[in-house]
Design a binder for this molecule. Structure first.
Ligand code: DGL
Length: 269
């Protein structure tokens, strides 16, 4: 018998939808519940303990919805909360940092990797440790690019504004000669077109969406928790913790289809 419980996925906003899409592409029979914590967006500039509290509250909510697995589809929240969350909750939890780090090490030919992320993720040094854990010889250059998150959330990922910000933010990494760029924030995969236009062919881009989806598949297989339902299309909930502005729009760009109605929930009374 299959396990028809949904997979819970969350982020501060629309960025985690890049991970959700990869999960849906890879595991089309699985039901999903996505929470965008717009009430506290952005997570990047906040204190780690704050982000950790939000993440725990969302995981608690998802547990109450009987999810079989939680994906922290946010690098900042993965850095702040993953290790402790695994100690606190029974539900299995997957983060986005180690799958991306692994993919970066496999992709670099020069042994030099650039990582762009929020300030919170950079300060945590989690990417540095995760990459060095796989191969301590790899050089890692990290840069926080908070402006890029706002640009994506505002639906401007494909604009001249985005390209100008990228030219500024990535210049040092290009000068240093990194051949791999880790998109260490789940908002950034939406900038791939603009990155290619600003620095054509400069890097192999690594985002953790596909690698995280692969890890989710492995975990479900290992625990024999795959859904065996037929076509589950439409069984995907999109929830927000504050009135959505552009989330539906960004989701439609990503999924190339109309997305389910976005519903507001109140987790913090
Ligand atoms: N998408 C999130 C991440 O991967 C964070 C964006 C933010 O809330 O600052 O880090």
């Amino acid at each position: 018998m299959g396990d028809e419980r949904p997979i819970g996925v969350f982020d501060s906003g629309a960025g985690g939808l890049t991970v959700l899409r990869a999960i849906r592409d890879r595991l089309p029979l699985e039901r999903t519940i996505y929470v965008a914590d717009l009430l506290h967006f952005p997570y990047g500039p906040r204190y780690q303990h704050e982000v950790k509290t939000f993440a725990f509250d969302i995981i608690r909510y998802l547990e109450s919805r009987d999810v079989k697995l939680v994906v922290i589809a946010c690098n900042t929240a993965t850095a702040a909360a993953l290790n402790q969350a695994r100690e606190l909750f029974d539900v299995p939890i997957v983060g986005v940092i180690s799958p991306g780090a692994q993919a970066a090490v496999e992709a670099t030919r020069k042994g030099l990797v650039g990582v762009i992320s929020t300030e919170g993720t950079r300060m945590s040094q989690e990417y540095l440790h995760a990459i060095k854990e796989v191969d301590p010889m790899i050089g890692v250059y990290q840069k926080a690019c908070p402006e890029l998150v706002d640009i994506v959330e505002a639906g401007e990922a494909d604009s001249p504004l985005a390209e100008a910000a990228l030219r500024r933010d990535l210049a040092e990494i290009v000068d240093l000669g990194a051949d791999v760029l880790v998109l260490g924030c789940t908002h950034y995969p939406l900038l791939k077109g603009s990155i290619d236009r600003a620095f054509p062919g400069a890097f192999t881009l690594v985002d953790s969406a596909a690698t995280t989806a692969a890890m989710v598949e492995r975990r479900l297989d290992h625990a024999r928790m795959r859904s065996e339902l037929g076509d589950n299309d439409g069984d995907h909930e999109l929830l927000v913790t504050a009135t959505p502005d552009r989330l539906g729009e960004v989701a439609e760009i990503l999924f190339g289809e109309r997305v389910p109605h976005v519903r507001e929930i109140n987790l913090w009374d």
